[in-house]
Each structure stands twice: as C-alpha cells, then as structure tokens.
Design a protein around this ligand. Sequence first.
Ligand code: ATP
Ligand code: MG
Length: 390
Amino acid sequence: MKEIILIKIGEIVLKGLNRKNFEDKLIKNIKRKISPLGEFEIKNQQSTITLIPKNDDIDFDDVCYKISKIFGIAAFSRAAICEKEMSTIKETAREYLYKRLKTSKTFKVESKRSDKKFSLKSPQISADVGEYILEKFNNLTVDVHNPDIIITVEIRDSFAYIRGESLPGAGGIPVGTGGKAAVLISGGIDSPVASFMIAKRGVDLVAIHFASPPYTSPRAEEKVKLLIEKVSSFANRIELIIVPFTKIQEEIKRGCPDELFTIIMRRFMMRISEVIAKNHQCFALITGESLGQVASQTIEAIACTDPATSMPVFRPLIGMDKDEIVLISRKIETFDISILPYEDCCTVFTPKHPKTKPVLSAVVEAESKLSLEGLINDAILNIKSQIIYG
Ligand code: ATP
Ligand code: MG
C-alpha cells in the first residue's frame, strides 16, 4: 500500500506577506533532514505539505522521527493513498488501519472533499465508510464525541488519502528565519534547554564553550559536543567554539576578591562571547540562567553581568523552575548527557562564599586590576572551532 506523510504547518500561517519565505525555509529544512532517508516529491498546498516517497524501501518510522523534530510544524500524519473510488476507499481504510481498528472500541469517520467534483458530499462519504467499518469489525461502535480512533478521508484532486491519527509536531517557527544568536553552553542541564528554546523560535545558533584545561578534562568538551549534537538535531548544523579560559580564571583567582570571582568570570564570558558573536553575524547572546538558581543568578548578580556587553542577552529559562527545565531536557534527550559527572570551568574555581548581592562599582573596581584587553585578545586568538551536525 502506498503511504505518504501530510504535514500541517504551524504559526507560519499567521505570517501574512512573509508567509512564503517561512514556508520555503520550512520546506528546505524538511528536505535537508529527510534526504538521507530516501527520495521524496514535496508538494505544498492549502497549508499542508505532502511528502510522497519516490522509492518503496523508505522507513517511515525514521522519517516521522525526523519530522517530529522540525520547527514550524503543528502536526503531521501518515496516510494511505488510493484511487478516488468508494469501494477502494473503504477497503483501504479497513486494511490500512486494521490493527488499530481491531483494538479500539469506538470510532468516527471525518471526510474532507477538496475535489468538489467528487460525486458524494463529505457527510455521505463518512456515512458510507462508517457503515462498511461497522460491518467488518464487530468490536466497534460509533462515538462522534470521544472516539478511540478517527478515520479521516480526504478527497483530493488526483487521489484519496486515508489517515488514522495526527501526531504532534515540534511547534515553533522554521530555523533560519529568525537570524542568528550565540549560546553560551556549559555541560549542565540548563544551557542545552535554553539553546533548544531559542532554536524553536527560528534562530540559527553558534555555541560557545569555555574550557579550562587541565582543570577541566577533554571528556568535558566531548560532553558539550554530544549536547550540541542533540540540539542540532532540532536545528541546523551548529558551529561549536571552544574558548581557552584557564589563564583568565587563574588571573581572576589571583588578583580579585574571592567572593566576586564568579561574577567577574561571567563578565569575561560575556565580553569574549560578544566578540565571537559579532564575528559570526549574531544579534544576541543566550544563556541558561534562571533567576535565583545560584549566587550568580540573583537579580543583583545579573545586573552586574549584563553591563559587560552591549548585546541583548536572552535568558529563556529565567522564570522556570529546575523541574520544568529537567522535563524539557528529558524530552530533547540532553538530560542523560548533562548529568555525566565531568567538571565545568565554573565549578573548578567556585568560591566558598560568593556574593549574592554584588555591587557593580565594586565589581568594576576589582576587575580594573586585571589586563582585561590582553586576556580577552589572547583567549580569542586561541579559540578552536568545529561544525556539529545533529
Ligand atoms: P547549566 O546547567 O547550563 O550549566 P547552571 O545552572 O549550571 O547552568 P551556571 O554554571 O551558573 O549555571 O551557568 C549559567 C550559564 O552560564 C549557563 O547556563 C551557560 O549559559 C553559561 N555558562 C556556564 N558555564 C559555561 C561554560 N563553561 N561555557 C559557556 N557557557 C557557560
Ligand atoms: Mg553550569
């Protein structure tokens, strides 16, 4: 039986005059993600994108898994395709949905007729198919309000489509339509979730990770790569930039009050990230900070971090509880990687008593003892970069 995939586009339908750009980008993203799995013809009509396989050996489970991770899709479904003839339609519905019909108690048929020349009207199509299914499955009764399974019959220009369930899409808007941002990624739970949330709003990402060898191990970098791989399975390829941070951390430790260590380190991260972001045509910085989670994420601490950069800093997790963040990290499959025990540069030098209410003037004063520009330039000259594909 020939199968296809029907994709319902999401928020893009609200885009008015720009809609075509969004749709084109979505189709490009779909093509890129599914092309390793086989050849498809792709049609775009009436807010539905149809994927028609050109060969028989395509694994539809794999295709659906890929589709479920593409932003800009509200819902999608697999459908059987058959001739527009009532006896064929009925038999196809019985055969295609056999397993689910056999194990359900109630059903309902819904029909749509975009080919207005088709001899029967929608209610009549539903009634005929329903009657046939009742005849063939004595385990089933009709329930129009809350059925176990809805059989949808669509009469299109060339063929009829029959489908049994609609699967939720990833939502959001197509990646690549919303500019580019640089995400500061640690090996923790939060920053991969923050990356996911910003990619969901259509933004391409560059990832920046600060590493402090030999205090941090190569395995910590490997972990970040794995995290980025998971995020990029929802996004486009992501460039991962590793910044050497050892010297800066040692200098802060040596020259600044211990209680201000973290906040000054954060300000260095912001400054260096800003330079990298600008070199990569990014418009904003993203962090995984959540208000009050740790000493460096109090409102006073964030008010000391932000002035280190002139770029907008987005913190998509700012109002979320840890358990809400964990829920998303499990969904996007980053949680199990994030909890691997390799140390992050933040934890290596963490002071015992960080200031929870730092004052900006005191932070700036403490920092002024360091050779800011020299340290930043040196770190930037020694960054390493690689492209990660999901
Ligand atoms: P996460 O779970 O993402 O590590 P966290 O709760 O552990 O976050 P912090 O360690 O205080 O919080 O870091 C706050 C934010 O600063 C992170 O979400 C991330 O955006 C950024 N950050 C922290 N460490 C690094 C690092 N080594 N490289 C790049 N960014 C970092
Ligand atoms: Mg962390």
